[in-house]
Structure formats: structure tokens, C-alpha cells
Design a protein around this ligand. Structure first.
Ligand code: A2R
Length: 348
């Protein structure tokens, strides 16, 4: 059986590739000439990389001709919510058009490959306290260009299933973290700053954005196990949350990581550039549907994930100074961080 992973060089793709190899699958992955391959160097000799820019239809056709997959996990994306404010059209182009290209090419081939759409908990956007924990039936009220692009991918998967009977399973994973996560993401960013403070590369001050949001975190290694179960056995046309059912405030994440730090008394400083024009206040999911469908639930405690992320950054920093993260500078107007308690009136 052959699995094609788009975005194999990314954070999640590298873990899914490891898992698939362990399961004895043949693994192909799309990558671009400029893709960084550090996440897959250790397995590069065991996978087949195929050059493809997914925004280009002819490139996608070649990808499918060469890979001829039985399963496709479409992970490639502009994956960073904050960057989507700076580049909404690019976010749409990458996330929506790439998936159209893949599904149209599969349709033209009358392929029966099982296809996994990677949506996101960000699709839920504004959520009211009485809707928690969020089930798949919750209304989608996206609050960022990224979230809208993921809604489009999600509903496109539904439409291709309904219109053409293609075996497409849709997912909405809540936040997932682990080593190799890009340092523009908050957990990784905090861990990196701590590792740099420990190494004496920066003053003992952590820069932070909005600490009030609450997020439902799962380890990436659990998430890819869920993705594979859904690829194998998820109900075509259906959508599944992947989440832990527990919410951490970003403040809690910060406190846990500073508690693990080898340096005491690290100060915290707000950085206006790290706030977003509107931020989802709380994302807390209900994973009972995926549990009933394929028996998936997270196994790794998030404390372990955070320790592993910190260790990862300690190792990276020990190899010398790491280039500064290219955090998108969001216009420093006062952030509209809605709280679920004082949420705007419900739309019909
Ligand atoms: O940008 P590259 O060349 O390093 O490759 C990234 C790939 N990618 C593309 N591949 C082909 N054609 C494109 N036009 C294109 N644009 C991006 O997607 C990289 O291999 C991957 C994204 O990796 P990360 O940013 O690390 O995302 P992560 O965390 O692995 O997210 C996986 C999925 C995404 O759909 C997210 O929206 C979702 O999970 O949360």
C-alpha cells in the first residue's frame, strides 16, 4: 500500500511519514526545490520525494502519475494563522487551490485513493460557553483568513464526496505540538526563548502575545496516529475532531515551561506585534465521535510534550545561535480578543 503525504517536509508530515514507515507502508511525499528537509533527513533514504508545487495543476498531475497512491494525506498548507493576516490571498491560493488541483486530478483519473482533508479547530472560530466542548456539529464562525481557507478545504471535501462519491475523510485537529514545530508557533517559541536564556544568548525576559486564550492541546504523535486510523477506516464524507478535551490557557503553558527552565526568575514582557486583529478565545473539543468510529484518543500527556519541545530547543540552541523567528508583524492596533463570556451577539 502506498501513502502520498503532501507537505511531508513540514512538522506534521515528518511524523506521519515515520508512523507510516513503521506500519510497513510505502511512503511518497511532495516537496519543492526550496523545501527545508531537516525534519525528514533521518528517513530520507526510506521515502520517495517528488518535486511538486501544489498550486500548479500540471505539477500535481505529475505528482499523482509518479506516486500512484492508495492513500493521500493532504497536509501541505500555509499553516500559520498569524501569517494569513499578512497574506490572505496567498493563504487562499495555497490552501484552497492546491486541494482543488489534487481533487480534480484524482477525479480525472477516476482514482479510488482514500483522501484525508486536514481542516482545523480554527474553523470553529467564535464559540460560546454553552457550546463547549465543541462537537463537529457546531456552527463554523471562522475568525481569520487561515480559518476561512480551512473551512473551504473542509467543505470542498464534503462536496467532492457528495458530488462524485470520492472516499474523502475530513478532520479538524485542535492544537498539536511537539519537537520540530516551527518557532513562530507559541509553544515552540516560548521553549526556544527559554533555551536561549539558559544558554546565555538572551536576557532573562520572555516576550509574549495574548496569554488569555485557552487551547486544547494534543501531542503531534497522537494526532498522526489518529490521521492514519481515519485514512484507513474513517467514514467517507464524515468529519472528525482530534483533541484531548482539556483546555490549557497560554499562560499555563508559559508557567509550565518557565517552571521547567534551568534559570530562575525569568520575566515576561508583552510584545504588541504578537497580538492578532482577532483571536479565538477558547477552543476546547469533544473527541467522542472519533473514539466511537476508530477507537482513537490521545495517549501522551501534554506535560510530556512540553518537556520534549523544550529538550528539542535545548539541543538546537546548543548547536549554535538559531536564526530569529520571522514573526509576522501584525498591525499594533488593540487586539480584538473576544472572550467567550462577553462574546458578540449570536448570529442567526
Ligand atoms: O513550504 P515548503 O516547500 O517547505 O513545504 C511545505 C508544504 N507546502 C507546499 N507544498 C507544495 N506546494 C505548495 N504550494 C506548498 N505550500 C506549502 O506544506 C511544508 O512541507 C508543508 C507545511 O508544513 P508546516 O508549515 O510545518 O505545517 P504543519 O504544521 O506540518 O501542518 C500540517 C497541516 C496543515 O494543513 C495545517 O494547516 C494543519 O496541519 O494544521
Amino acid at each position: 500500500m502506498r501513502l502520498l503525504i503532501t507537505g511531508i517536509t513540514g512538522f506534521v508530515g515528518s511524523y506521519l511519514a515515520e508512523l507510516a514507515l513503521e506500519q510497513g507502508l510505502e511512503v511518497c511525499g511532495s516537496c519543492r526545490w526550496r523545501s527545508k528537509t531537516e525534519n525528514i533527513e533521518h528517513i530520507r533514504h526510506r521515502i520517495r520525494l517528488i518535486d511538486c508545487d501544489l498550486r500548479d495543476q500540471s505539477s500535481v498531475q505529475n505528482l499523482l502519475d509518479v506516486a500512484s497512491p492508495d492513500y493521500i494525506a493532504h497536509l501541505a498548507a500555509q499553516s500559520f494563522v498569524a501569517a494569513s493576516w499578512q497574506a490572505p490571498a496567498e493563504t487562499f491560493n495555497t490552501n484552497v487551490i492546491s486541494q482543488v488541483n489534487l481533487l480534480e486530478a484524482l477525479r480525472a483519473r477516476r482514482s479510488r485513493a482514500r483522501f484525508l482533508v486536514i481542516g482545523s479547530s480554527e474553523e470553529y472560530g467564535t464559540v460560546y460557553e454553552d457550546e463547549l466542548p465543541i462537537r463537529e456539529t457546531n456552527p463554523l464562525r471562522p475568525l481569520s483568513p487561515y480559518a476561512v481557507s480551512k473551512v473551504a478545504q473542509d467543505l470542498m471535501g464534503y462536496q467532492y464526496f457528495k458530488s462524485y462519491g470520492m472516499p474523502i475523510v475530513r478532520t479538524r485537529a485542535f492544537n498539536h505540538e511537539g519537537p520540530r514545530r516551527g518557532d513562530v508557533f507559541v509553544t515552540s517559541n516560548f521553549a526556544r526563548q527559554i533555551a536561549e536564556i539558559e544558554a546565555g544568548h538572551r536576557e532573562p525576559v520572555i516576550e509574549v502575545g495574548n496569554l488569555k486564550s485557552r487551547r486544547d492541546y494534543t501531542d503531534v504523535r497522537d494526532v498522526v496516529r489518529g490521521y492514519w486510523l481515519l485514512l484507513e477506516r474513517g467514514e467517507p464524507g464524515d468529519v472528525y475532531n482530534l483533541c484531548s478535551g482539556k483546555a490549557w490557557r497560554i499562560q499555563d503553558v508559559l508557567e509550565f515551561l518557565t517552571g521547567e527552565a534551568r534559570v530562575r526568575g525569568i520575566a515576561v514582557r508583552e510584545d504588541a506585534a504578537r497580538f492578532r486583529p482577532s483571536d479565538v478565545p477558547v477552543l476546547l473539543g469533544d473527541a467522542s465521535k472519533i473514539w466511537k468510529a476508530v477507537g482513537w484518543q490521545p495517549e501522551l500527556p501534554f506535560e510530556q510534550t512540553l518537556r520534549d519541545v523544550l529538550e528539542y530547543w535545548r539541543r538546537r540552541v546548543a548547536h549554535g545561535p538559531v536564526a530569529a523567528p520571522n514573526l509576522p508583524m501584525v498591525e499594533a492596533r488593540s487586539p480584538r480578543t473576544e472572550s467567550a463570556a462577553s462574546a458578540p451577539p449570536k448570529l442567526p
